[in-house]
Structures are given as C-alpha cells and as structure tokens.
Design a protein around this ligand. Structure first.
Ligand SMILES: N[C@@H](CCC(=O)N[C@@H](CS)C(=O)NCC(=O)O)C(=O)O
Length: 216
C-alpha cells in the first residue's frame, strides 16, 4: 500500500515527511487538509493531539514527524538518511530536537508564521510574538552554525534527516526582516544554497505545496 501523508500543504511539518519520501524515491500520496481540520473529531481519532502530520503505510498508522521521517528512512529503499556512525547519528538527533523544541516556536511559529503565512491568508500579524521570538531564534541560528561547523551537512559529509527537517524551517528565514538580519553573514547561508539545489527541496517549497506556484 502507498504511503499516505496527511497534513496542511505549506506546513513545514507536512513538508518533512514529503521531502523525506522524495529523497528516498518512495511513492506517496498527500491527504491535504484545510486549516483547522486537524481538530475535527475524525482527525483527533487518528491523532489525539490534533497536530500535523499523520502517516499511514500498509495498515500502519503513525503520528509525530520525527517518528514518521525515521520510519520512512528505515522502511524504504533509497539512500540512507541516518548515519551509521553513532556520533554522527547523535548529532542528527540533536539537530532534529533543536528544530522541534527551539526553532519551531521561534523562527517558525513566532517570526515565520506572522511575517510569511499570516499575510498570505490576510490574518493579523502578532508583532509582540515576532519580537518575543527573536532572542530564541538568534540562539537557534548560532547553535546550528556551531553544529554545522565546517561540514557540508549537520551530521557530517552526508545528507541526513537533520538537513531535511532543518531546511523546512530555515529556507524562508531570509524572507522576514528579522530572519534576514539574524542570518546575515551566517555560514548557514552556504548550507541553504546547497540544499536549494536539491530537486526534492525545490519540489516541496512552501508556495508550490500550497498551490501558489506552479510545480516544477
Ligand atoms: N510534535 C509534533 C508537532 C507538530 C506540529 O507542531 N504541527 C503543527 C504544524 S505547523 C500543527 O499541527 N499546528 C496546528 C495546531 O497546533 O493546531 C510533531 O513533531 O509532529
């Protein structure tokens, strides 16, 4: 049975499993949901926390993005996206957690949502939330720069799930004044350029997934 990925197109959290499936060459379909559908009784029966994404594969149901992308990496053929070396694997896990715990509420939820998503849907911009997110967003970018160091990717020379998760949150960072200022001159920009060359990253860009730009 095909891999079915449920979520709201445009959300970085739907993009993570989609991007992972693209990198693996795994066939998948998207079950596109509208804003708020994640709180419907039908969806809550699948995901009791009412969050995106949710996955089905061969009768196996799973929620939580990290669990889903690790499952896709393990269950499908294609390039390994988890390093075999324990230290590199731990580095990947560290970045995945930094993304979920610190990048999501600051760069994505605070700055990105208000500066990029809200204007698309003509929603009000919460300026206080943007300002409050800046210190943690700065810490995130400095921490990710330290981890990247002189490597090509977060876990070393090989692309891993850490890069895929991170690009879903960071590739719009320059589109807000706050993000652009925080990332100016950062070594993360060269990593972002490298990631932007990947067909998977181009195909799953936020505006393409939202249908606001033609698919490649
Ligand atoms: N711990 C969850 C968090 C996922 C998450 O925060 N998803 C956001 C997507 S942008 C969401 O569902 N937001 C809608 C809401 O909270 O109602 C995971 O990693 O899958």
């Amino acid at each position: 049975m095909t891999l079915v990925l449920h979520g709201v197109p445009g959300s970085p959290y739907l993009r993570k499993p989609v991007l992972t499936a693209e990198e693996k060459g795994a066939p998948y379909t998207i079950r596109a949901m509208g804003f708020g559908e994640n709180k419907s009784p039908e969806y809550l029966a699948l995901h009791p926390f009412g969050k995106i994404p949710f996955m089905e594969h061969d009768g196996f149901q799973l929620y939580e993005a990290q669990a889903i992308i690790r499952y896709i990496d393990a269950a499908f053929d294609g390039p390994a996206l988890t390093p075999a070396d324990p230290k590199a694997m731990a580095r990947m896990s560290q970045v995945l957690n930094i993304i979920d715990w610190y990048v999501m509420p600051s760069l994505s939820g605070g700055i990105g949502f208000n500066r990029i998503v809200a204007p698309i849907f003509q929603m009000p911009v919460n300026e206080a939330a943007v300002a409050a997110a800046v210190p943690l967003a700065r810490t995130c970018l400095r921490a990710l720069e330290d981890i990247l160091g002189r490597n090509r990717y977060f876990a070393g020379d090989q692309l891993s799930l850490a890069d895929l998760a991170a690009v879903c949150h960071l590739d719009l960072v320059q589109q807000s004044p706050e993000g652009a200022e925080l990332i100016a001159g950062s070594p993360l920009l060269a990593w972002l350029d490298r990631m932007a060359e990947r067909p998977s990253v181009q195909k799953t860009a936020m505006r393409k997934m939202m249908g606001l730009e033609a698919a490649a």
